[in-house]
Design a protein around this ligand. Structure first.
Ligand code: DQA
Length: 151
């Protein structure tokens, strides 16, 4: 049976491949998604990218309602600002792993505050596209849906 996982990417991540390759690498988001599909044939992926918190929140709610087993979330810049996105992660009974391509801890001061991360199972930062694979691996190994109580 395939494991349903949602992979959410926030603002500007649609520009991967051309956006600051020295920081984010040269893989496009489509390439990252294809790599995940190939590496995890046992997973039924739903991929989604949006520029705004609202659309990402709607997708988290839908994943929760649709009984996804978990979600991988790169909130982009919203990671540092969005209380609403954090509240959505806390509200759904889904394990969510936050991913950052870059090591945000080694960057500007304004990236040091991770608003969403505290509601997530954990965070992978600075490992490039492999961070998504590691997050998926964690969720696959964690197994069943509804591992957390909604908060
Ligand atoms: C990012 C890090 C964020 O600080 C930044 O705003 C992004 C990308 C990353 O994947 O490294 O858009 O989430």
């Amino acid at each position: 049976m395939s494991l349903p996982l949602t992979v959410l990417n926030g603002p500007n991540l649609n520009l991967l491949g051309e956006r600051a390759p020295g920081t984010y690498g040269d893989a496009t988001l489509a390439e990252i998604e294809e790599t995940l599909r190939a590496a995890f044939p046992e997973v039924d992926f739903a991929f989604f990218q949006a520029s705004g918190a609202g659309a990402l929140i709607d997708r988290l709610h839908a994943a929760h309602a649709g009984k996804a087993a978990g979600a991988v979330l790169n909130p982009g810049g919203l990671a540092h600002t969005s209380v609403a996105l954090r509240d959505a992660v806390a509200a759904v009974a889904l394990p969510v792993v936050e991913v950052h391509l870059s090591n945000v801890h080694a960057r500007e001061d304004f990236r040091q505050r991770l608003v969403v991360a505290g509601a997530c199972e954990g965070v992978v930062a600075g490992l490039g596209p492999r961070g998504y694979s590691l997050a998926v691996r964690f969720l696959v190994e964690s197994g069943s849906p509804g591992a957390r109580e909604p908060g």
